[in-house]
Ligand binder design. Structure first.
Ligand code: PMP
Length: 412
């Protein structure tokens, strides 16, 4: 049996069942948003009494909040192994990070067709060139290389791990290809960073973006870590107080990064929570998190493969590392109804939809929706086994309740 590796909030929740009574909540939707670590909620509790305006106030609360925000940037930089001169921009989430970078990128951006919308749509403001992923990771890297060789680009923007298949991309190879052709590389770390250590300087990644809410911290804060020069040259992402050095009614002198792109009162609590999560993950023995999640992921995939009519979506034959998640379809059972059944009759949370990756679902599933189950630090093998038993009951005896697809939210 695999026990939870770290305590998370909400671990003892019970949820009502449509069939009567209640069940312990099995949260297998970690890839969408992870529950906060206990260490994170404790750090937030410590900060809240001092919660105060940063950089402006002279009071003790302001001094504590200002120091906490500065320390959070340093912690995040250390966690991802940033270079000494890299900037840590505190943003709202990965989507925000890439919109900020899109406002600063001085040329074309090359992406893959497997990306989350957050790593597709922001680049469409400039010139985005999308490369079709190959059958293997090796073929995919070769296709990226061919595109960069065909015509130069400023930036290659790729995900570190697919939010649909969980497959991890060969970042060292992609960095080498980008740099060989004079492009920089931005990595969407939304899925990868919460589950694997990423070394920005060691790998040569130019920009890394990720979200606190997938990293066992609450919503509302994310980061863009990377080279300062493009960001320094770009107009402020948000214009307003905090982003300036001096203002007259007809002239403004903008501040250097990171303040330049962080106008308005910053999300100090969110940044501190994100940094607290980084600290807790960094304190785990090397490889322990990956081992925990791989054991659960294997159990999940092996169990799913045994169910008749179940198909797990995958992209690459040669992918060697997969995060603890699986996205699947079940013959004769629409994905939204499977998710509704699991929640209503068993208290199990999964996600149904197209996972904000419509081009990828078009490719892997004719554009249809699928179900994603994902595990994390607070997941036990009992959670996975409950999911497998519930799916087995669905396949063999069907749902006990009647679900009406017309009343379900439209999946994204
Ligand atoms: N990229 C990937 C790979 C993701 O899984 C997600 C979240 N679903 C995002 C980007 C966007 O993250 P956020 O919603 O926090 O901006």
């Amino acid at each position: 049996a695999v026990r939870p590796l770290l305590p998370v909030t909400g671990a003892d929740l019970r949820v009502p069942l449509v069939t009567g009574g209640s069940a312990p909540y099995a949260n297998l939707d970690i890839a969408a948003s992870a529950p906060a670590l206990r260490s994170v909620s404790e750090r937030v509790d410590q900060l809240l009494p001092y919660y105060s305006s940063v950089h402006r106030g002279a009071g003790h609360g302001s001094a504590v909040s200002t120091a906490a925000l500065d320390a959070a940037r340093r912690t995040v930089a250390g966690f991802v192994g940033a270079r000494p001169d890299d900037v840590v921009q505190v943003v709202r989430h990965t989507t925000d990070a890439f919109n900020l970078l899109a406002s600063a990128v001085p040329g074309d951006v090359v992406t893959l067709d497997v990306e989350h919308h957050a790593n597709l749509l922001p680049w469409a403001r400039g010139r985005r060139r999308t490369v079709a992923a190959g059958r293997t990771l090796a073929a995919t890297v070769a296709a990226v290389e061919a595109e960069l060789a065909r015509e130069p680009a400023a930036l290659l923007a790729v995900t570190g791990a697919s939010n649909v298949t969980g497959e991890v991309l060969p970042l060292a190879d992609l960095v080498a290809v980008a740099h060989r052709h004079g492009a920089r590389i931005a990595v969407d770390g939304a899925q990868l960073v919460p589950h694997r250590r990423v070394d920005v300087a060691g790998l040569g990644i130019d920009y890394l973006a990720f979200s606190g809410h997938k990293l066992y911290a609450p919503y509302g804060a994310g980061v863009l870590v990377g080279r300062p020069d493009w960001l320094e040259a770009a107009p402020p992402y948000l214009a307003g107080g905090g982003a300036v050095r001096a203002v007259a009614l007809d002239a403004v002198e903008w501040a250097p990064v990171p303040a330049r792109h962080e106008a308005g009162t910053p999300n100090v609590v969110g940044a501190v929570a994100l940094a607290a999560a980084c600290e807790t993950l960094a304190a785990l023995p090397p490889g322990e998190q990956a081992r925990h999640e791989s054991a659960l992921g294997e159990r999940l995939r092996t169990g799913l493969a045994a169910l008749p009519g179940l198909r797990v979506l995958r992209l690459w034959d040669d992918a060697t590392d997969t995060l603890g998640l699986a996205t699947f379809t079940l013959a004769d059972h629409p994905a939204e109804l499977v998710a509704q059944y699991l929640s209503a009759e068993h208290g199990i949370a999964v996600r149904a939809g197209r996972f904000c990756a419509h081009p990828l679902l078009a490719r892997l599933n004719d554009g249809g929706t699928a179900v994603r189950a994902s595990v994390g630090l607070g997941t036990s093998s009992a959670d996975v086994d409950r999911l497998l038993a519930a799916l087995d009951a669905l396949v063999t005896t069907g749902p006990r309740w009647t679900y009406d697809a017309a009343h379900l939210p439209a999946p994204d």
